[in-house]
Design a protein around this ligand. Structure first.
Ligand SMILES: [Zn+2]
Length: 413
C-alpha cells in the first residue's frame, strides 16, 4: 500500500488510510447535504457520520487482528479504503477452527456495537419524545434516523453496524462469511476442496452483487449510481481475491509433494562475473533460460542475474559493461536448503519479493529455482494430481493442515 498514510499505531498494529478514502468523505458530505435545510451543516454532519462509521470499520478490523494475534499470527497493519477495511495478516492459521474465529470476530464486533448503540438511541428517542420531537411509530423512527441530531446519529450508527455485520457474513469468499464457510467445510473436507467450493459460492454472490449494482444503480436505491458502482467494485474484489487465494491454496497443495532438490535447475547455463552483458543476451535468445547463477573465477556463486534485471539494464545502459556490474549480489537473493518442501520455498520467494531462490545443500550451491519453474510445476503436476484425485474419489482425508497462504482479511462495508 504505497499510497497510504499512517494515522495511528494501536496494539502494535499500524492503522493507515488510503488516499482514495477522501472520496468517501466527499460522498458523505454530498449525500447528507442533499435536502438539508442548511447545506453546510448537512455536509459537516455527513463527514461526521462517515468518520464514525469508519471508526466502527476499524474496530471490526481490530476484531480480526486481535483474534489473529491471539493465535500467534502477526498483523502489521490495517488499511482503510473507501470500500472498507483490510487487516493484513501475515498468514492464515493452519487450523480451520482458528480461521473461523478470526473471520467471525469482525462481524461480532459490529453486532456488539449495534447492541450498545441501540439502547442509547432508544433512550435519546424517549427523551425527545417528551418534547414531541420524536415518537416510537415507524415514521417517527424514520424521521428521527434522518434528522441531524444525536438521536439520528445513534440510530444511523446502530443500523449501519447491524448492516455491516450482516453484509460481511454473506458467503462471498474472501469476505468474512466466505471464510467462515471455508473453515466449516474444511472441518470435513480437504482444505483445497473446501476452498474450491467457497470460491464457487463466492462467484455466485459476485454475480448477484453485479446484478444488484446495475439494477440498484438504475433504480436509485441506496444513493443510486455511487452505491451501484460500489457493488460492482465489491463483486470485482470478490472475484479477483477469490481466484488469487484459490491459486495459492491449489499451488501449495501440489507443491507440498516436492522438495526444493527435486525442482532445482540442474543443467543451467552459468555466467561469470568477467563476461560481457551480451553473453546473457545471447543465452536468452538461444535457450529457454531466463535467470542465471553468476560465478567468480574461482567457481563460487557470487550473485544472480534475472531477466527483469537484464531488461532494466539494457534499457538503461545497453549491452556495455560486464556481468559483475549488473548482477544481484548473492546476499540479496533468498536461499533455502535442498530438503525444504517446495510449498515453503514458494512462500519464502513471495515474502522476499524475489523471482529466484538459491538452493543449497549445507553450504554447497545446487542451483536456482525460479517462479517460472514453480508455475510450470504447478501446471504440469496439477494435471497429474487432479487425475489421481478423481480416481481416488470422494472427499478423501481430512483438511490439509499444512496449508497456509499469504493472506489478508478484507471487508467491504
Ligand atoms: Zn471482516
Amino acid at each position: 500500500m504505497g499510497n497510504a498514510l499512517k494515522i495511528a499505531r494501536i496494539g502494535g498494529i499500524d492503522v493507515q488510510v488510503h488516499w482514495s478514502f477522501v472520496l468517501i468523505l466527499f460522498y458523505g458530505a454530498y449525500i447528507f447535504s442533499q435536502g438539508a435545510r442548511n447545506v453546510v451543516a448537512g455536509a459537516i454532519y455527513g463527514v461526521v457520520v462517515i468518520l464514525l462509521l469508519f471508526v466502527c470499520v476499524v474496530l471490526h478490523e481490530f476484531g480480526h487482528a486481535f483474534t489473529a494475534k491471539y493465535f500467534g499470527v502477526n498483523v502489521p497493519y490495517i488499511t482503510l479504503l473507501p470500500i472498507g477495511g483490510l487487516a493484513q495478516l501475515e498468514r492464515m492459521p493452519r487450523k480451520p477452527g482458528q480461521e473461523f474465529l478470526i473471520a467471525i470476530a469482525g462481524p461480532a464486533v459490529n453486532f456488539v456495537l449495534a447492541l450498545l448503540l441501540l439502547p442509547l438511541a432508544l433512550l435519546a428517542i424517549s427523551l425527545s419524545a417528551r418534547t414531541g420531537a420524536a415518537s416510537f411509530s415507524y415514521f417517527g423512527l424514520m424521521r428521527a434516523a434522518q434528522s441531524m441530531s444525536l438521536t439520528g446519529l445513534l440510530l444511523t450508527l446502530a443500523s449501519m453496524n447491524l448492516t455491516l455485520g450482516l453484509f460481511n457474513l454473506l458467503p462471498a469468499f474472501p469476505m468474512d462469511g466466505g471464510r467462515i464457510l471455508r473453515a466449516l467445510l474444511a472441518l470435513r473436507l480437504r482444505y483445497v476442496r473446501a476452498t474450491r467450493i467457497a470460491v464457487l459460492v463466492g462467484r455466485g454472490m459476485a454475480i448477484l452483487f453485479v446484478i444488484w449494482g446495475i439494477f440498484g444503480g438504475i433504480w436509485g436505491i441506496l444513493g443510486g449510481g455511487i452505491s451501484g458502482a460500489l457493488f460492482l467494485l465489491i463483486a470485482f474484489f470478490v472475484y479477483v481475491g477469490g481466484r488469487g487465494e484459490l491459486e495459492a491454496v491449489e499451488g501449495r497443495y501440489i507443491l507440498n509433494d516436492f522438495s526444493a532438490r527435486q525442482a532445482v535447475n540442474k543443467d543451467a547455463h552459468v555466467l561469470y562475473t568477467s563476461e560481457p552483458i551480451s553473453r546473457a543476451v545471447d543465452y536468452i535468445m538461444t535457450t529457454y533460460q531466463g535467470d542465471f547463477p553468476v560465478y567468480d573465477l574461482g567457481h563460487n556463486l557470487v550473485g544472480v542475474l534475472t531477466r527483469p534485471r537484464l531488461v532494466a539494464t539494457l534499457r538503461g545502459q545497453g549491452q556495455d559493461g560486464r556481468i559483475v556490474d549488473v548482477m544481484i549480489p548473492r546476499a540479496q537473493v533468498p536461499a533455502t536448503s535442498a530438503d525444504t518442501p517446495l510449498a515453503d520455498v514458494w512462500e519464502k520467494m513471495m515474502a522476499a519479493g524475489s523471482r529466484v531462490i538459491i538452493v543449497q545443500d549445507e553450504e554447497r550451491f545446487l542451483g536456482l529455482i525460479t517462479l517460472d519453474d514453480i508455475s510450470e510445476l504447478i501446471q504440469v503436476m496439477g494435471a497429474a494430481k487432479e487425475r489421481e484425485d478423481t480416481i481416488a474419489g470422494g472427499p478423501g482425508g481430512r483438511s490439509d493442515s499444512s496449508v497456509a497462504e499469504a493472506h489478508s482479511i478484507a471487508d467491504i462495508n
